[in-house]
Structures are given as C-alpha cells and as structure tokens.
Design a protein around this ligand. Sequence first.
Ligand code: UT7
Length: 321
Amino acid sequence: MSIKILGTGSALPVRRVMNEEIVRMVDTSDEWIRERTGIGGRHVSVGETAASLAADACSRALEDAGKTAEEVELLLVATCSPDEVAPCTACRVQDRIGAGNAVAFDLNAACAGFLFALHTAWAYVEAGIYRNALIAGSEVLSKVVDWEDRGTCILFGDGAGAAYVEKCVEGGVLGFVQHADGSRGSVLSCGSRRLDNPWFGQRDFQKYLQMDGREVFAFAVRQVPLNVEAALEKAGLGVADVDLFVLHQANRRIIEGIAKRLGADMDRFPVNLDRVGNTSSAAIPLLLDELNRQGRLRRGMKLVLSGFGAGLTCGACVLEW
Ligand code: UT7
C-alpha cells in the first residue's frame, strides 16, 4: 500500500519583482544574481497570505484530482512563515476551502517541509488512519527577509504549491528518507517573537532571516545526492531509472552540483527558480504543478523529489507518477 498524487495546484502573488528592482535597493547586479543563483525574478506578496496562497493552491489541486473539499480527511500545511502563531495555517485553509471533515495542522521543516508532510501523509495512510490527504507548502518569506541584506533578499520568493494524495495499491511513493541535524540550526535561522513578559525582556532579537550561504550550499551539494541514492535504493531503483528529479529550487548551481554528483544530465532536472526564486516549502509542489500542467508528467514515470533547508533538514522521495 502507498499513496499516489492525483492532483496538483499552485498559487503566486500577483506582484512580480525582477532583479532590476532589487538592484535599486541593495549593492548587487542582475548579472551577479543570475550567474551565482540562476534567479531572474520572484513573486512578492502585496497582501496575499500564507493561508490565502495555500487555499488557492489546495483548491486547484482538488479540482485537478476531481475531488471535493468535503472528501479530504487530512489537511497538512508545511510553512515556516505562517501568518499567525495560532490558529495554524492549515485550519485557516480548511475554513477557506470548506474541508470541514479533515483534521488540519501545520508542519515546519523549512524548505524540506512539503517533503516531510508528504511522508507524514504516507505514514497516516499506511497505518490505516486516513485514506487521503491534501498537502500544501506555503510561504510569505518576504516578511522575514531583510530587504537591506544582499546575501538573502535576492534569493527568496513567496508562493504556494499543493498536492492531493490518495491510498493506492500499486505505484505511488516507492521509498523515502528524511533527516534532521539540529546541531547546525544556526546556519540558517529566523526569530519568531521576542521574549517579552513582566519577568524578562529580551533586548537582542534576530528579527530577520540569517544565513551562512556557503554552508547551506555545501550541505546541499553533499547531502542531497546521498539522500537521493538512499531513497532510490529503498525503492529498488537506480539513478538511470529516474525520469525527472524535482529538487528544491534554491540555486541553479546547487542543482547542477547535485546532478554532477549523481552522474545525471541537467535535462532531467527541471528548473523554475529563474521565475519564482527560492520559495522554501512551496518550491517542490510549485514545480511539480508546473510540470503537471505542462503535460510533462505521464502515469508510470519515476520521479525523485528532494529538499533541504533550515534545521538543517533534508530528505528525498521516490515515486511513480
Ligand atoms: O533553501 C535553502 C536556503 N538557502 C540556500 O540554499 C542558499 C545556498 N547558498 C547560496 O545560494 C549561495 O551561497 C549564495 C547565492 C547565497 C551566495 O553565493 P556564493 O557564490 O556562495 O557567494 P559568497 O557568499 O561566497 O560571496 C562571494 C562574494 C562576497 O564578496 P567578497 O567577500 O568575495 O568580496 C560577497 O560579499 O559575493 C558577495 N556577494 C554579493 N555580491 C553581489 C554576496 N551577495 C552578493 C550579491 N551581489 N547579492
């Protein structure tokens, strides 16, 4: 038994911000950003929220799968930039789309969040608790990015992606791995709310996202190929059997480095970060939805999904479309 993706959806804020606009704000250039990251533009919220983007992506995934919101049993939203501390984004989405029969909660594993949510859905279905799940990755990182820090503000974008999954007997998720290394949490981090109560008031507070880019880069290029190979081994497959590698969209050079280590050509590594930047937990489902809508996914194809991010977290999933 496993789970199969039966529908995908995505949503982006209406406002697109090209590199040229960023160049007017920090000391950088379109050439530098494109050469070092592959990013040309990103979408930035002008009022869209993590909940509204996730809800739009979820509605589209349900429509694609030919399902109604009332049929959904488990609703998971992966996000590290929720609109509120409580209630969770998934409950807001449940209300927006009318998924009243679903249990709904959030999950935060940063950029690996969607992947971990997919694996969580697999575990619930495998245990016989639920028969289906609606999973979204949704981020409004523009509110935690320091728009004066050229090391980070060039990279990130807002958006959401979603997938509807259902119990299946054949195909679907064939194998996965996931890891977390909390000892390296400071490599990529962002504060939430300042501790401020009658007994203690915190002065130093990290309000914006901070990142050691080189560390994350090296971690990704080293760790992702190992995860992919381990997940493929669990699925009884090899790199040559994979039709498409749908990787977290952080930096084109990271994807090229991973492809090289795996000994696979870049034409099996679709990329959309040139248009949307790094959307964290939304990146994998956003790209998956793009490929689905372009008709590039055919039933029976073997896909590898793999993500990495703050935590540090990473994982890989092999599935038959
Ligand atoms: O979802 C996971 C989250 N994060 C990531 O995946 C990020 C992974 N890391 C990266 O993508 C890259 O490390 C960056 C794009 C962040 C940086 O690229 P890099 O090639 O690793 O640059 P660097 O940090 O080694 O810096 C090289 C130079 C430095 O100048 P000096 O010290 O050599 O004079 C930086 O100050 O480039 C400078 N620099 C910039 N120059 C122009 C850093 N950012 C910029 C910029 N424009 N935006």
